[in-house]
Design a protein around this ligand. Structure first.
Ligand code: GDP
Ligand code: MG
Length: 166
C-alpha cells in the first residue's frame, strides 16, 4: 500500500514533532501514485507493508477573513481534498476555538483521524475518556488516536489505523 497523508492542526499542537518521529528513514517512493502527485512531499515512512507519504499543507489562516487568506484556505482545502487520510492534531483533553476553526475547513469526503497529542502531559490517562466521548458525540471522526509525538507513544498504533486507508 502507498498513499498520501496530511497532518493539520493549529500552531503548537505538535505537527512538526510528529512528522519528525514518523520519517526516521529516508527511502525512495516506490508507488506510481507518487509520480503523478502535485503535492509537496515532506517525508515518507516505510514499513514492510506500506509507504506513508506525508504532504505539506500551508497553514490555515483563521485570524482574518480577507481575500488573500480566503484564497490560501481554498488552496489548502483543495490539497486536502485529494490526500488519502487527514491527521487532525489537537492537544489531548483540550479543544480550543482555534482548533475548531481548523476543523471547520476540513473536507467531509476524506477520512479524518483525530490525533490527541501530548498524552504524556496528562497526569491521569483516565481523564481522556470523557473527552474522547464528548468529541465523538460532537463530530464524526474516522477514529480517535491518543499519542505522544515527543515521547514516541502509540505512533505505531496511529500507523496501523492509517494503513488500511491508503
Ligand atoms: P507545530 O506548530 O504543530 O508544528 O508544533 P511543534 O511540533 O513545533 O511542537 C510545539 C511544541 O510542543 C514544541 O515545544 C514540542 O516540543 C511540543 N510537543 C510536541 N509533541 C509533544 C508531545 O507529545 N508531548 C509534549 N509534552 N510536548 C510535545
Ligand atoms: Mg510546525
Amino acid at each position: 500500500r502507498c498513499g498520501f497523508v496530511a497532518i493539520v492542526g493549529r500552531p503548537n499542537v505538535g505537527k512538526s514533532t510528529l512528522l519528525n518521529q514518523l520519517i526516521g528513514q529516508k527511502i525512495s517512493i516506490t508507488s506510481r501514485k507518487a509520480q503523478t502527485t502535485r503535492h509537496r512531499i515532506t517525508g515518507v515512512h516505510s514499513s514492510d507493508t506500506a509507504q506513508f507519504v506525508f504532504v505539506d499543507t500551508p497553514g490555515f489562516q483563521t485570524k482574518y477573513q480577507n481575500a488573500l487568506n480566503q484564497a490560501m484556505n481554498r488552496s489548502v482545502t483543495s490539497t486536502l481534498a485529494d490526500v488519502d487520510v487527514i491527521l487532525y492534531v489537537i492537544e489531548a483533553g483540550y479543544f480550543s476555538a482555534a482548533d475548531e476553526e481548523v476543523l471547520k475547513l476540513l473536507p467531509d469526503n476524506r477520512p479524518v483521524l483525530l490525533v490527541l497529542n501530548k498524552i504524556d502531559e496528562l497526569k491521569d490517562k483516565n481523564e481522556m475518556f470523557p473527552f474522547i466521548e464528548a468529541m465523538n458525540e460532537r463530530f464524526k471522526f474516522h477514529a480517535i488516536v491518543p499519542i505522544s509525538a515527543q515521547k514516541n507513544l502509540s505512533i505505531d498504533v496511529l500507523l496501523k489505523v492509517v494503513e488500511p486507508l491508503l
